[in-house]
Design a protein around this ligand. Structure first.
Ligand SMILES: NC(=O)c1ccc[n+]([C@@H]2O[C@H](COP(=O)([O-])OP(=O)(O)OC[C@H]3O[C@@H](n4cnc5c(N)ncnc54)[C@H](O)[C@@H]3O)[C@@H](O)[C@H]2O)c1
Length: 251
């Protein structure tokens, strides 16, 4: 049985990815800041053997402990989805201009979104170098904001998610000899908590008019693309970014 760690999976897109992978027959480790919330999400997944564990992806020791605990409980991790992320906005969902951005906002955004992705990928590659698995997969989460400069998100978020696009390619090169593919998802406007920081649902119709497919995306739309990247069918894709944005912006 293949085993997956999904970070930031207690809710939102991460929870939808965990659900989809569980439905695909994988055993899923739901990892998030709160062990209680992670455990509750794991409990609700279809199938048996899923667990919830706490992690702070900003912290090297915490990430190593997550992998140690996961592997002790469910065996070698063959799939990692780096979904944990933050978007720090001001009161009323306003983004701070660069001139108003504090060093702490900048550092915290990069600590979760960029450092967290690096630490998680590093932990996975170290373990799989020592003990390889078949059909290894890593999926990172960027954003349409990183590709286009963003309309509602902060410069710190855009910068941190742009770093993920480049890091994914670097990781894809290094992971290939281990039989692990590394690909990225770049969601557009997705009905999940992060979007709702700045977009109330009563503006969905207005926003949908600029999306060719004609609607805001769902967390399940992102989970479907993740399911494909994790599947054996995606064996020949690595270093790729899949835009899950309904055609909102075409590259
Ligand atoms: N919602 C969107 O429209 C959208 C668009 C593009 C990209 N994304 C990306 O998709 C991912 C999920 O977004 P979402 O809307 O579901 O957001 P969300 O806020 O619901 O989920 C993020 C999860 O990450 C967890 N998390 C935050 N900091 C953490 C840390 N230090 N360690 C471990 N876990 C941590 C949170 O507890 C939360 O469960 C994020 O990486 C986000 O940047 C979302």
């Amino acid at each position: 049985m293949r085993t997956a760690i999904v970070t930031g999976a207690a809710r939102g897109i991460g929870a939808a990815i965990a659900t989809r992978l569980a439905r695909d027959g994988l055993r899923v480790v739901v990892a998030d800041l709160s062990e209680e919330a992670a455990g509750a999400t794991a409990e609700a997944l279809p199938g048996e053997g899923h667990i919830g564990l706490s992690v702070d992806v900003r912290d090297e020791t915490s990430v190593d402990r997550l992998f140690d605990a996961a592997e002790a409980a469910v065996g070698p991790v063959g799939v990692l989805v780096c979904n944990a992320g933050v978007l720090l906005l001001r009161e009323g969902g306003q983004r701070p201009a660069i001139v108003d951005t504090t060093l702490d906002e900048w550092e915290q955004s990069h600590a979760v979104n960029t450092r967290g992705t690096f630490l998680s990928v590093r932990a996975m590659l170290r373990r799989r170098s020592a003990r390889p698995v078949a059909e290894g997969r890593i999926v990172t989460l960027s954003s349409v904001a990183a590709q286009l400069g963003g309309y509602r998100s902060s410069s710190a978020y855009i910068s941190s998610k742009a770093a993920v696009l480049g890091f994914t390619k670097a990781a894809a090169r290094e992971a290939a000899p281990l039989g692990i593919t590394v690909n990225c998802l770049a969601p557009g406007l997705i009905d999940a908590p992060m979007l709702r920081l700045s977009l109330p649902a009563d503006r969905d119709a207005e926003m949908s008019s600029s999306i060719p497919i004609g609607r805001i995306g769902t967390a399940e739309d992102v989970a479907e693309a993740c399911s494909y990247l994790v599947s054996p069918a995606a064996a020949y894709l690595t270093g790729v970014t899949i835009d899950v944005n309904g055609g909102y912006r075409m590259q």
